[in-house]
Design a protein around this ligand. Structure first.
Ligand SMILES: Nc1ncnc2c1ncn2[C@@H]1O[C@H](COP(=O)(O)OP(=O)(O)OP(=O)(O)O)[C@@H](O)[C@H]1O
Ligand SMILES: [Mg+2]
Length: 399
């Protein structure tokens, strides 16, 4: 039987992969030995020319549904792995049928949670991991996406200025609804808590996580942080008309959380004495969008916040506050950002993304300055970081 390939932008080299062999038996030459999370299906990371894909064997209908769902999430600008296609109609050499395969683009600089722990994540970083998961879940819920299988294994993490950004990797049980009922949101939260609890115990059993860590406390944090963020992003507020500044204040508060308000409902009562506001459409990326407009750079939200902070400090230090921001941004890029990140030797470029390097250099400079009791130059700090910190960092780009 002939292969059937469904793809939005087909990559012709995919056809040449050994589809008549079960994925578990693929030759080493196709595979990239990358860290993978736990999975029920056979999943392998493969290299096709200069591209890297994750291939998951599953049933054709399941693969097609997941493919379409991931495409929808991608179109909606939500953080999820990008689907490449589905290969079906596979048969082995002896004519027996083989499962279909879902291909997704490998997410660069992403780590499954187990590798994060193997790369030195400490118990005190657990809240930032939970926060990343919660931000992802809230964003999916705001888009009326029901996940059905929230867990650390179904997420990939990217570094985000010392914190993390979570990407959905497994949408098999997901559904995009017209509206998402509070009951379904609650269900996702319960599943998240059960799964994360089991995953933390698992990490403790394998001695990748300190046995002292109280898994139930970490899990309780999921519900608390979710409720806080959901309320802040969607909750209504009422006040009198002489407190109109509260509209501006709400928008600023959302901005400080990284969210932009696209639509805000403002309703006044009959005699115009009280006002009720409620955000309708909010989107993460407040600082990302600013940075992209100024520099064209595409980075994670906290990284963007960090870089914008340094850009502002640069403008102030050089008396450029009154100069056009895009002009200052170009100067900062050529005089600071690019030369600092270029200090990373070519063979170490796969350890951290440039924006994360810059963030680490800023932190390093802060520590050095504190010890020295005087402000250390950013290039001196960067050289010191490259010489003393970077060599101990593991490879994380993977392709
Ligand atoms: N695009 C990708 N980039 C990087 N890693 C990936 C990608 N897709 C999958 N992986 C890795 O493979 C692991 C398993 O993938 P996935 O969760 O989709 O399979 P699964 O668990 O077998 O599916 P299910 O939970 O539906 O049974 C993930 O945890 C992740 O580590
Ligand atoms: Mg999974």
């Amino acid at each position: 039987m002939a292969l059937r390939i469904v793809a939005h932008r087909p990559d012709p080299s995919i056809v040449r992969l050994p589809w008549s062999t079960p994925l578990a038996d693929w030759d080493e030459k196709h595979l990239v030995p990358l860290p993978r999370g736990l999975s029920r299906h056979v999943v392998r990371i493969v290299r096709v020319k200069d591209r890297i894909y994750a291939v998951k064997e599953t049933e054709e209908q399941v693969a097609l549904t997941e493919y379409r769902l991931l495409r929808d999430l991608h179109r909606m600008g939500l953080p999820a792995v990008v689907p490449q296609g589905v290969v079906a109609g596979r048969t082995a050499a002896d004519g027996s049928p083989l499962p279909a395969a879902l291909l997704t683009q490998h997410l660069r600089f992403s780590l499954p949670y187990r590798s994060l722990f193997a790369h030195g994540l400490r118990p005190e970083n657990l809240p930032s991991l939970v926060d990343a998961l919660v931000v992802l879940l809230v964003r999916l819920h705001l888009a009326d996406f029901y996940w059905g299988d929230v867990s650390l294994s179904n997420v990939l993490f990217r570094r985000n200025a010392g914190e993390f950004a979570a990407y959905l990797v497994d949408a098999e049980t997901g559904e995009l609804n017209k509206t998402l009922s509070p009951r379904l949101r609650q269900h996702d939260l319960e599943v998240a808590c059960e799964n994360v609890f089991a995953e933390l115990l698992d990490l403790q059993a394998s001695q990748d996580l300190d046995a002292e860590v109280a898994a139930h406390e970490v899990v309780d944090l999921i519900g608390v942080r979710y409720d806080e963020l959901w309320r802040e992003l969607t909750g209504a507020e009422e006040f009198t008309t002489d407190e109109m500044w509260r509209i501006e204040q709400r928008i600023e508060r959302l901005g400080s959380l990284g969210f932009d308000v696209d639509e805000l409902d403002i309703v006044t009562d009959f005699d115009g004495e009280t006002v009720r506001i409620q955000p309708r459409v909010v989107e993460l990326g407040h600082h990302c969008r600013q940075l992209r407009a100024l520099t064209g750079m595409d980075v994670e939200e906290n990284q963007a916040r960090r870089l914008l902070g340094d850009l502002a400090a640069y403008a102030a230090a050089h008396g450029l506050d009154d100069v056009d921001r895009p002009v200052v941004a170009q100067r900062w890029l050529t005089e600071v950002y690019r030369p600092v990140t270029a200090l990373v030797p070519a063979e170490s470029r796969g350890k951290l993304e440039p924006a994360e390097v810059f963030h680490e250099v800023l932190e390093h400079r802060w520590r050095l300055s504190e010890n020295a009791g005087t402000e250390v130059d950013i290039f001196a700090a960067a050289r010191d970081w490259v010489d003393h910190v970077l060599p101990h960092r593991p490879e994380e780009a993977f392709g």
